[in-house]
Design a binder for this molecule. Structure first.
Ligand code: FEO
Length: 397
C-alpha cells in the first residue's frame, strides 16, 4: 500500500501482509500489517521497517515520498524480524547517520543480522531525538514484546509509535480505527493481547503506569501491527489496563476434545448447569473445530476454564495437550477451573487434567466428573451439578 500522511509530516510507510496465516502458533486468519513511520523535521527519521519479504516493495513505496538516501536516521524500536528483517536492505539504501535502538536492541540485532558497519547509537529511557520541528522521546518497554523493546513518542503531535503494543493482526487497506468495523477491531486487539502479551501482563501494567506518570495521554497510538488508533485511544488503553490486570467477567469457557462423542455430551450438560437461569456467559469449544489462539482469546476475560478429554493410550488427546501447552506458556491468572472426561478401562484422565491446571495456577474447584464409556442420565446429572457449582463459584467472585 502507498504511504499516507497520518499527521503533518508524519507518514505511515509500512507493508500489508494479506497472506499471513500463522504467527508462531497464533492463527492470523486475516493477515497482518508491518507498520513503519517516516517523520520529517529539519532532519528525517524512519521508525521501524518491515519483514524481509517486503523489503523491496517497502523501499519502492518509501521512494514515492522521499529518496531513501535523504533519510538521516533510523530507529529500531524492536529487533524481532517482522520489524527489522528488512534492515540490511534499508540501511544499504538509506546509509543513515545513526541507527537508534536500545543497547539490548543492538545486541539482539547483531544476533540476527550481519550488522557490520551499522552506525549504532544506543539510547536509554527518556533520551530525546531532536529533528528540528519534531522531538522524539524514547521510552523503554522491556518485554513488550522482547527484552530490548522501546517505543517512540513524537511530542509535537502527541503520537505514540507503540511498537507491538496496541496491535492487531489484521490486514486492511484502511489505516485508522474509525475506518473499520469496531467489533472486529476489538476482537482482533483482544486476540493479539491474549496470544502475545498475556504472559507479559505485569510489564504491561508498569508500562501503562509509566506513561501516566510521564503525563502522556496519546492523541494517536501508531502501533506496528494493524490499525492506528486515533478515535478510540482511551478505549483501547482502558482495555489494555483491564487485560493486564487480568480482570474477568462472569463467563466460563468449556473446551474439550472427544473420541466417540461422550466427552462432547458431557460438555454440553456442564454448559447447561453453568447457564442456569442467566447471568453467567458460557461457550463450548470442540478442539477439532476451534483453533488454540481463538480459545485463548475467549479465555482472556473468562473467570472459569473447564476442560475435558477422553483417555487415549493412558493420556489426553493430542489437541488438548497442544492447547494446555500453549495455555501454560501464556500463563493466564485469576482463573477457576474444573475437568471432565470419559474413559474405558483407566479412570485417570480427570485427575491428570486437574494436575495440569494446578500446575498453571488455576484454582481447581472440584474433583471433576469422569464417566465410563457413555454418559447415562445419572452421569449427565453429575455434569449439570458440576456446571451449577462452577456457576456459583463465578457468581461469588
Ligand atoms: Fe511484531 Fe514482537 O514483533
Amino acid at each position: 500500500m502507498r504511504p499516507i500522511e497520518i499527521a503533518e509530516n508524519v507518514f505511515w510507510v509500512g507493508a500489508v501482509d494479506w497472506n499471513l496465516r500463522d504467527f508462531h502458533g497464533y492463527q492470523t486468519e486475516k493477515g497482518s500489517t508491518y507498520n513503519a513511520f517516516l517523520i520529517k523535521g529539519e532532519k528525517t527519521v524512519l521508525i521501524d521497517t518491515v519483514k524481509a519479504d517486503f523489503a523491496d516493495r517497502f523501499l519502492q513505496n518509501l521512494s514515492t515520498i522521499i529518496e531513501p538516501s535523504k533519510i538521516d536516521y533510523i530507529v529500531a524500536n524492536h529487533a524481532e524480524m517482522d520489524h527489522s528483517g528488512s534492515l540490511p536492505k534499508v540501511i544499504a539504501a538509506v546509509k543513515p547517520e545513526k541507527l537508534f535502538c536500545t543497547t539490548k536492541g543492538q545486541q539482539t540485532l547483531e544476533a540476527h543480522l550481519n550488522c557490520e558497519g551499522w552506525p549504532f547509537a544506543p539510547v536509554k529511557e527518556g533520551d530525546l531525538l531532536e529533528l528540528g520541528g519534531k522531538t522524539i522521546e524514547f521510552i523503554g518497554s522491556p518485554m513488550l514484546h522482547w527484552p530490548e523493546s522501546m517505543v517512540s513518542h513524537i511530542r509535537e503531535d502527541n503520537i505514540l509509535i507503540s511498537n507491538d503494543i496496541f496491535g492487531q493482526h489484521w490486514a486492511t487497506a484502511e489505516r485508522f480505527d474509525d475506518e473499520v468495523d469496531r467489533g472486529e477491531l476489538h476482537f482482533q486487539a483482544a486476540k493479539y493481547y491474549a496470544n502475545i502479551f498475556l504472559p507479559m501482563s505485569a510489564g504491561m501494567r508498569k508500562f501503562l503506569t509509566k506513561l501516566e506518570k510521564k503525563g502522556i495521554t496519546p492523541a494517536m497510538l501508531a502501533t506496528d501491527h494493524g490499525l492506528i488508533w486515533r478515535k478510540d485511544v482511551a478505549g483501547i488503553m482502558e482495555k489494555y489496563r483491564d487485560w493486564s490486570e487480568q480482570k474477568t467477567n462472569a463467563k466460563a469457557v468449556i473446551v474439550y476434545d472427544t473420541m466417540w462423542g461422550s466427552t462432547a455430551t458431557m460438555a454440553n450438560a456442564i454448559a447447561d448447569g453453568i447457564r442456569g437461569d442467566g447471568g453467567v456467559s458460557v461457550s463450548v469449544h470442540d478442539l477439532r473445530y476451534n483453533h488454540r489462539s481463538d480459545i485463548i482469546t475467549e479465555i482472556l476475560d473468562a473467570k472459569a476454564v473447564v476442560i475435558g478429554s477422553p483417555v487415549l493410550n493412558k493420556n489426553i488427546l493430542p489437541k488438548m495437550a497442544d492447547l494446555l501447552t500453549y495455555m501454560k506458556g501464556l500463563a493466564p491468572s485469576g482463573k477457576i477451573g474444573a475437568a471432565f472426561g470419559s474413559y474405558g478401562w483407566q479412570d485417570t484422565i480427570v485427575k491428570r487434567l486437574n494436575e495440569m491446571m494446578t500446575e498453571m495456577k488455576i484454582d481447581v474447584i472440584d474433583d471433576g466428573v469422569s464417566v465410563n464409556y457413555v454418559p447415562k442420565p445419572d452421569d449427565l446429572a453429575r455434569c449439570i451439578a458440576l456446571g451449577v457449582k462452577i456457576r456459583e463459584a463465578i457468581l461469588q467472585h
